[in-house]
Design a protein around this ligand. Sequence first.
Ligand SMILES: O=CC(=O)O
Length: 348
Amino acid sequence: MPKPIVLQLGDNIRWNHDLHSKFQDVFEIRRSYSMSRPEFIRALKERQFGDFFAIYRPFWNTGGEMGNWDEELVSLLPDSCKVYASAGAGFDWVDTAALAKKGVIYCNAAAACTESVADAAIWLIISTFRQFSWSHIAARTLDADAFVDANRNLAMVSHNPNGHTLGIIGFGQIGRRTAEKAFLAMNMKIHYHDIVQMPAHLEAVSKATYHKNMDSLLAVSDCVMVATPFSGETLLNASLLAKMKTGSRLINIARGKLLDENALVDALRSGKLAAAGLDVHYDEPNVSPELASMKNVEMMAHNAGASVDSHIGFERLGMENILSFYKTGKAVTPVNAHLVSKATGSKL
Ligand SMILES: O=CC(=O)O
């Protein structure tokens, strides 16, 4: 019997050669490498990859050159395609509902980068409480006056996170791991808002308090962290920022479009917010020049999840998802299984 085909997007495997070789015992791998959108569409239309069973994207640096996985691309998938396993936590670039209608399970890899993103979140939290970006900028400009200014004056606005309240919007794996670290390492009080309350044993890890209502979370938090997937709409706009505590801080490690950056600029300028820490930006790869010029804004180039450890985990989890789905009909980290069940009537 011929082996089922897996379409591998992007570069070669870099780390998990043993698992990849076992993967190849089970599947025939076909490659699209880094085809542009027109090339990829032509290849799908001409069935150049055959009737593949799965799509596998091991890392996020390559394999995304065809652009967003919208209706146009999804409609071109062969009926044989049942699972798409990709690197990365966020899936705002994939129409998971359209995949579900086609009967394709989409699996993300948040589990593989949770540790890296949570560490980066802790760094942003510390930096915003202590206003370390001011200190970085002053030291790196090689300007002695700026150095002396930061050296003398930063202490006036710098606070220890210890004992302060961290309010987390989105208590998934990344939100919970950040909460655990902040609770254990810095004795922060953890509050969270999510669509549903987490089971008691998950709250117990960081003694977390649930807020059904986001406004009440904003009202008690000394630092609000956004850790929820992007659903297509800006979440934190001017009216929600106005509900935050005066002098509090805002962290975004999720997606830039969840936050109205102009409203954030106004909130920082007016002193409503003391500081912000941003891994992600509204119009990546462009960064807001206003925010970039503020010494109380810590920022990164969307690197929170970027580490060798995440890369190793992304490769593995993708293969494990496809193998598990092939062998048992169940994926390890599906995100649209409920939609696929609804569309196909199958129980997944
Ligand atoms: O932003 C990073 C990811 O989606 O994993």
